[in-house]
Design a protein around this ligand. Structure first.
Ligand SMILES: [Zn+2]
Length: 347
């Protein structure tokens, strides 16, 4: 199976009352672990990387690993940019072939958030790549960013935000936080119900690591269609590696402790897939006749070559982009390549 976008899987999740697990990967073993768990559970899955992760290794490295592993499996998988913090990084991920993008302008006032999100949608939609926006703030520490949080999403603003930006999914603030919870989070589950009733696109829950299982289940039941897990995976990987190194202090083959980390992440991802209710949903997605837009290899090649031919860095002007449905280059459309201010806000 080639990589797919997250659009069809999240729409199916919204209609089917389950959620797709979105798991942050930091290295090859975590990519393998996530996809292996998805295959075993026959579940659609999203692999995601933060800007910090793709500064550690280029987005093309993660895309290449995911595409290579996904190509040997049957479960549909998307590769998603998590918390894109500038349009420049959106352009990098898009050019690398990411099949799903998040632009996080939630630290900006509403107008600024809408403006930057709309620009990201304009960049991604001609390529058929869906965009996740965020409104209301998820607190805690994610990547290099720390936020005091406390920003519950206002339903009126959320309606206007979705209509005014054209986002495909919306991350909402309902009381969760990134990182490790020091106190029990004050989740507003009534707000999830209200948002689900009023917002026409799938909703995304961030900061699910460390939430009790029954709370995650309730959030999914009330309408969350994408649930992000990052911190718990990092802790599972590092804990298993630490244990392996300490229990075999004379071993020096990195494959030994990497395997221990991979196995721990795989088991955790299996648990989270079951928690989200997405087990067995891959076969349902395969049987959908309409909207099943599987990613074609020439899409990646065309975006990458047409942009880099103009300039080694994103430059003003327009880059060509196929429709994302595997159409030949002659049917390609264009999208603007952004080169403006490098970050949404100073951090
Ligand atoms: Zn997040």
């Amino acid at each position: 199976m080639s990589l797919t976008t997250s659009l069809d899987m999240l729409r199916d999740a919204m209609e089917g009352g389950y959620a797709v697990g979105a798991f942050n990967a930091e290295n090859m073993e975590m990519v393998q672990a996530i996809l292996s768990a998805a295959e075993e559970a026959r579940a659609p899955v999203i692999i995601q990387t933060t800007p910090g992760t793709i500064r550690h290794a280029q987005p093309a490295v993660f895309l290449g690993m995911a595409a290579a592993v996904a190509g040997t499996l049957r479960a549909p998988a998307a590769v998603h940019l998590d918390h894109g913090d500038s349009l420049a990084i959106v352009a990098r991920a898009l050019r690398a072939g990411y099949t799903s993008i998040m632009i996080d302008g939630s630290r900006e006032p509403l107008e600024g958030n809408m403006a930057v999100t709309r620009q990201a949608v304009e960049m991604c939609s001609p390529c058929g790549v869906p965009v996740e926006g965020e409104l209301g703030r998820v607190g805690g520490k994610e990547d290099d960013m720390e936020d005091s949080g406390g920003g519950y999403t206002d339903p009126d603003e959320a309606e206007a935000f979705v209509a005014g930006t054209g986002v495909s999914f919306l991350a909402v603030g309902v009381g969760t936080a990134h990182g490790i919870y020091k106190d029990e989070p004050k989740l507003n589950t009534d707000l999830i119900k209200v948002l689900r009733a009023r917002i026409p696109v799938p909703l995304v829950l961030h900061g699910a690591s460390g939430l009790p299982d029954e709370v995650v289940r309730k959030c999914v039941r009330l309408g969350m269609a994408k649930v992000n897990f990052a911190t718990e995976l990092r802790m599972a990987y590092t804990g298993a590696v630490r244990h392996s190194v300490m229990s075999s202090p004379d071993a020096f083959d990195p494959k030994l402790y990497s395997r221990a980390g991979r196995e721990a992440v795989r088991n955790l991802v299996l648990d989270k897939i079951r928690l989200c209710g997405s087990e067995g949903r891959a076969s349902h997605l395969f049987s959908r006749k309409e909207g099943a837009r599987w990613w074609m290899p020439q899409y990646f090649t065309h975006v990458r070559t047409s942009v880099t031919r103009r300039s080694p860095r994103p430059s003003p002007g327009r880059a060509r982009c196929s429709s994302g449905s595997g159409q030949p280059a002659s049917a390609a459309r264009t999208f603007p390549v952004w080169t403006g201010t490098p970050r949404i806000s100073s951090r």
